[in-house]
Write a protein that binds this ligand. Structure first.
Ligand code: NAD
Length: 256
């Protein structure tokens, strides 16, 4: 059980971040949800999860493309025992046409944010002699696909960061690991389907089966609950000696 632990999950008002936040709350942790928006629905979501799981769930706005706001998120949360770096965006284009501002924002949100939040959260974890940092990387942290240069570079980068933080914290009760999801049907993937339909001249069903899940030998999407369950495992005592590594939850993608 994670009761008495405080978790911050970046980018958690939808998709995998929300799934991870829910599983952590279910396991007893108090959870800080985050995104760059500050809508009534964000705060209502936190209230709903509090009521559903009996944990204290709150929402703090911070834009993960801005290093200062990443650090301010951890400060406003009053530090955390569990840090899940999940916020991420995608953009697909041949490298020679890849807009520089898209490259910069993907590197900022998918990679640099984790540097800033980790730097801000680590001193408090060290003081308590306990901490868990879980970075949501991707199968694209281990393999590549064409036209995703920024995303693949950022995800490979976060696996490097994970290894480094694992070494810097080894033997201090703090672990740092990455989860590498294959395809999970969340808004970020949903948005890619129309583009892929156009590129391949295929129906929605064919894009899902023949393009996306073609890389995933199970032929099934992974789920947000499974990412949350893996994060909860990484926070458990059983995982205390697992550090600086990554766990693939990808239906066999990276075994190919
Ligand atoms: P999603 O679009 O549903 O969620 C992304 C989350 O990040 C949202 O809550 C969004 O509000 C938040 N976010 C975006 N920009 C932000 C910013 N500037 N500041 C703060 N929050 C911001 O997508 P998802 O599929 O849930 O993706 C979550 C993570 O999982 C990402 O890092 C993604 O790369 C990774 N991932 C997803 C898949 C998949 O198939 N869905 C596979 C591998 C890895």
């Amino acid at each position: 059980t994670l009761s008495g632990k405080k978790a911050v999950v970046t980018g958690s008002n939808s998709g995998i971040g929300l799934g991870v936040a829910e599983e952590l709350a279910k396991a007893g942790a108090n959870v800080v949800l985050n995104s760059f928006t500050n809508d009534d629905s964000d705060h209502a979501l936190a209230a709903d999860l509090s009521a559903k799981y009996g944990s204290n769930v709150t929402y703090i706005q911070a834009d993960m493309s801005d290093g200062d706001q990443c650090r301010a998120l951890i400060e406003k949360a009053g530090g955390c025992d569990i840090l899940v770096n999940n916020a991420g965006i995608q953009f697909v284009s041949p490298v020679e046409d890849f807009p520089t501002e898209r490259w910069d924002s993907i590197i900022a949100i998918n990679l640099s944010s984790a540097f800033h939040t980790t730097a801000a959260a680590l001193p408090g974890m060290r003081e308590k002699g306990w901490g868990r940092i879980v970075n949501i990387a991707s199968a694209h942290g281990l393999t590549a696909s064409p036209y995703k240069s920024a995303y693949v570079a950022a995800k490979h980068g976060i696996i490097g960061l994970t290894k480094t933080i694992g070494l810097e914290t080894a033997g201090e009760g703090v672990t740092c690991n990455a989860i590498c999801p294959g395809y999970v049907l969340t808004p970020i993937v949903e948005k890619q389907i129309p583009d892929q339909m156009e590129v391949h001249g295929m129906s929605r069903e064919d894009v899902i089966a023949k393009v996306m899940l073609q890389r995933q030998p199970s032929g099934e999407f992974a789920t947000t609950e499974q990412m949350g369950g893996t994060a909860v495992f990484l926070c458990s005592d059983a995982a205390a000696q697992i550090t600086g590594t990554s766990i693939s939850v990808d239906g066999g993608w990276t075994a190919l």
